[in-house]
Design a protein around this ligand. Structure first.
Ligand code: GDP
Ligand code: MG
Length: 304
């Protein structure tokens, strides 16, 4: 006999900036995906795991949807296609506070091709008057017959208990796929790189955030201290100057913010050393994009 436990995979899809990372973090209850007011800063497929008494929901935060123009774009598209294999529920997250755009249509086309349960999640309902919600939902319903439509606010948590319940109903009866104390399959090194990247993005503007990639060069766990060395890659000398700042002020600020958050997350003292390197056009260089991809990064580190 089965225990009645349900477990499975939910992919969250939506154009950049609709709130995917915020939703994953909120549901998981830990910070696993970086949140940014700028689009397309989630470059990697990220798993967050929601553990409940009778269910385990494995969330996949898909890379931002965009046209595969650069090597990075192609890698992201490939990851998106891979991310949808073996998925039980495909949830389309849309920003209810914004007009529907090309990115939403592109995501909707993915949903139409999906064979499992499909959810429409209008997000940011805290930011709109209620009257705006129904026309939006109607417009989507005319396009596709969604299994569930659940308006939410990833920021305030509104609608999320119902969402977890409905996700659970649509998962197969199964043993959990991961130990219950695990909330991400992401290695700590990757989280370290992501935290540094998030702080570097927060400290810069215009084109600089898109030019930033972070590679953890070493991660040594001592008894009382974890020593992390990481390199921030940018594409131009000018960007390097901006990241370092006057008298090293900016890079120091980035390092301190990332360190404090990592210490909280890992519960240990951290020594964080940051370097900045110029690597022209790294986004167009397949080998480098692969190097900066966290799985490749893990293989490289474990092969040392
Ligand atoms: P992603 O690109 O889809 O992963 O989007 P993020 O999670 O990084 O969020 C993009 C921006 O939208 C951030 O500034 C978030 O704080 C904001 N945001 C996300 N969810 C909500 C919400 O429910 N309400 C409001 N008002 N803002 C939100
Ligand atoms: Mg994101």
């Amino acid at each position: 006999m089965t225990s009645g436990f349900r477990a499975g995979f939910v992919a969250i899809i939506g154009r950049p900036n609709v709130g995917k990372s915020t939703l994953v973090n909120r549901l998981v209850g830990h910070k696993v995906a970086i949140v940014s007011p700028r689009p397309q800063t989630t470059r990697n497929r990220i798993l967050g795991i929601v553990n409940r008494e009778r269910a385990q929901i494995v969330l996949i935060d898909t890379p931002g949807l965009h046209r595969p123009e650069s090597a990075l774009g192609r890698l992201m598209m490939q990851e998106l296609n891979q991310a949808l294999e073996g998925v039980d529920v495909l949830a389309l997250l849309v920003d209810a506070s914004e007009e529907t755009g090309a990115g939403d249509r592109f995501a909707l086309d993915r949903v139409k091709q999906f064979h499992g349960a499909t959810f429409l999640l209008p997000n940011k309902i805290d930011a709109i008057p209620k009257e705006r919600l129904l026309p939006l939902i109607d417009a989507y319903r005319r396009e596709h017959e969604f299994t569930e439509v659940i308006p939410i606010s990833a920021r305030t948590g509104d609608g999320l208990p119902l969402l977890v319940e409905k996700f659970t109903e649509n998962l197969p009866e199964s043993e959990p796929h991961f130990p219950a104390d695990q909330f991400t399959d992401q290695p700590e090194r990757f989280l370290a790189a992501e935290f540094v990247r998030e702080k570097a993005i927060a400290a810069t503007r215009q084109e600089v955030p898109y030019a930033i990639a972070v590679l953890v060069d070493s991660f040594e766990e001592g008894e009382k201290l974890v020593r992390i060395c990481a390199t921030i890659y940018v594409e131009r000398e000018g960007q390097k100057g901006i990241l370092i700042g006057k008298g090293g002020e900016t890079i120091k600020k980035i390092g301190t913010a990332a360190r404090l958050e990592l210490e909280q997350m890992l519960g240990v003292k951290i020594f964080l050393e940051l370097h900045v390197k110029v690597q022209p056009n790294w986004r167009d260089n397949s080998a480098l994009v692969r190097l900066l991809d966290w799985r490749a990064q893990m293989e490289r580190l474990s092969g040392e």
